[in-house]
Design a protein around this ligand. Sequence first.
Ligand SMILES: Nc1ncnc2c1ncn2[C@@H]1O[C@H](COP(=O)(O)OP(=O)(O)OP(=O)(O)O)[C@@H](O)[C@H]1O
Length: 226
Amino acid sequence: MFIELQNVTKIYGKDEYATKALSQVSLQIERGEFISIMGPSGSGKSTLLNIIGCMDVPTEGVYRLEGEDVTRLNDRQLSDIRNKKVSFIFQQFALMTNFTVFENVELPLLKRNMSKKERREKVEYYLNKLGIFHLRQKNVSKLSGGQKQRVAIARAMVAETNIVLADEPTGSLDRQNGEKVMELLQQMNEEGKCIIVITHDEKIASYANRMIYLSDGCIQLDKGKG
Ligand SMILES: Nc1ncnc2c1ncn2[C@@H]1O[C@H](COP(=O)(O)OP(=O)(O)OP(=O)(O)O)[C@@H](O)[C@H]1O
């Protein structure tokens, strides 16, 4: 199995400050799926995404990514796995302010064993693909929201990871830009990437082939299209 959670529980804090964000969640995801995660505020959506993306580890239970028990890894090993296997897209873009578009898209490649020329060719390929090549020398703080999210998507594409996780990627965008972002995610999915998107918007969720609904840290509904 590509992604497998077994009875995953996540508790933040201790004793009287403890918050159970996920409660005994079991979930299997195959390579190349396109999934939306919905549910009320505080239901555990971001926590689930962070665990899948190896940004956080479960308090109890097992998480296996491509058969490897991630719960046993140390911080360095987790960071290595993230770099090789996972890309993130966030509502607030999470770009490096005061860096150019080119530098932001190049970031995931800096940890790889690549020459400067190889990096430049790859970054330019994806900048062209997303129609933002002309913006390459611009400081990202000067861009519109739609342009910023394109840069974030280019950064996710350049990393060429098999998993792309998006936490409300359209939350800061108008409808038109939001739809463009979803079309790009759909394109990445058609190219074989596994895409998991948190959203509050039914229309955005409908781009996915499977919808997981969380409530109070539990999966209430897990349904495919059709
Ligand atoms: N770092 C943290 N420390 C303590 N509690 C946390 C932390 N992160 C999340 N929580 C708590 O865990 C629960 C689940 O949070 P989570 O962010 O996963 O929910 P969510 O469904 O993504 O919410 P939203 O839709 O508002 O983003 C909430 O009660 C939240 O307050």
